[in-house]
Design a binder for this molecule. Structure first.
Ligand SMILES: Nc1nc2c(c(=O)[nH]1)N[C@H]1C(S)=C(S)[C@@H](COP(=O)(O)O)O[C@H]1N2
Ligand SMILES: [Mo]
Length: 329
């Protein structure tokens, strides 16, 4: 297939370069004719779909009355909360394009109906609607640091429930070693997917079972006291505040419990730059960005980055005895 990875293809060190430059340059490598053909096939399949989304989007969010949820005071951050205006205008969501301004594009995302599939090494495979799933959980608010490998950071009041509760619902078998997650795969509601059909969609990520059930790992259904905005990964995303943001996969439709370690979307694209663990460590630079400091996206101040993004007391024990693994980056 055409998208097969050109390994060992390096980008010059440039701290001002976004993650997406890898993708944009990659795009240039693909021959124009082949891209046009792939685009045409993609376009035909999504154009033939009826415009089902519009009416459903207008129906509103049936979980709206669950917000705002009570804040869990155990999870607060000394830095001020990043204003919602800032947070929703500076995003990475490649399904909607390679820029940071994808809020408009993400309005195309249709979040109802939304089914979530649980399969693989579970007692019984099942599919559940998002509203039923949320209805079975107790929502709470947690304020977490949010840190991208591009060395910018924010402080976000997420609403959701512990991922451990989702794992409980899934009932994985003892043989499950990893929780694999997938984003929706529908170019019909994602302009960035239509524009780049040659990427290895859908976006995928994975955690060990210990990480998935760590008390910090949070299933996000809301932010800023409301259902989570499309551009932040509606209607269900995950957030691990001690890891780089690319692990926190958005708009999830599938959880699969597996024995073999899955490869994440970024790791598929560029294994020399993105690993499985991706824990924040100021002393381990990414090839394109030093991780020693980060830029607060509101104040533009550079602040020192902390090991595990400041969450070592919760997570460091999971990585003991694993010093030979590539735990960071
Ligand atoms: N499906 C999907 N999930 C994704 C991404 C993406 O492009 N697609 N980008 C990741 C990256 S690189 C980061 S930094 C965070 C950004 O989350 P935010 O836009 O809510 O700040 O989402 C992550 N999850
Ligand atoms: Mo990121």
């Amino acid at each position: 297939m055409l998208i097969k990875r050109k390994r060992g293809w390096e980008i010059p060190e440039n701290r001002a370069t976004p993650e997406s430059v890898y993708l944009n340059r990659r795009r240039l490598l693909i021959s124009g004719g082949a891209v046009a053909a792939a685009g045409a096939i993609g376009a035909a399949s999504w154009l033939n779909r009826p415009g089902q989304g519009v009416a459903q989007a207008a129906a509103g969010d049936p979980t709206g009355e669950l917000y705002p949820a009570a804040r869990n005071a155990a999870y607060t951050v000394e830095r001020p909360i990043t204003p919602e205006e800032t947070t929703t205008n500076w995003n990475n969501f490649y399904e909607y394009g390679f820029s940071k301004s994808v809020r408009r594009n993400a309005e195309e995302l249709v979040t109802r109906p939304w089914e979530v599939r649980f399969d693989g090494l579970v007692e019984e495979e099942f599919t559940i609607g998002i509203d039923e799933l949320i209805g079975r959980m107790t929502l709470e608010e947690r304020v977490y640091r949010h840190r991208c490998v591009e060395a910018w950071s924010m402080v976000v009041p997420w609403t959701g429930f512990p991922a451990a509760k989702l794992v409980e619902l899934a009932r994985p078998l003892g043989s499950a070693k990893y929780m694999y997650m997938e984003t929706f795969n529908d170019p019909g509601m994602a302009s960035g997917m239509r524009g780049s059909p040659f990427y290895p969609w859908p976006y995928v990520e994975a955690l060990t079972m210990a990480e998935a059930t760590n008390e910090l790992t949070f299933m996000v259904t809301g932010a800023y006291g409301k259902p989570v905005p499309n551009v932040m990964g509606a209607p269900l995303r995950i957030h691990m505040p001690w890891k780089f943001g690319f692990k926190s996969i958005k708009s999830i439709v599938r959880f699969s419990f597996v024995e073999e370690r899955p490869t994440g979307w970024w790791e598929i694209l560029q294994p020399s730059e993105y690993g499985f663990w991706a824990n924040v460590n100021p002393e381990v630079p990414h090839p394109r960005w030093s991780q020693a400091t980060e830029e607060d996206i509101t104040t533009h101040q550079r602040i020192p980055t902390q090991l595990f993004n400041g969450y070592g007391e919760y997570v460091a024990a999971m990585y003991q005895g694993m010093e030979n693994e590539r735990l960071y980056m």
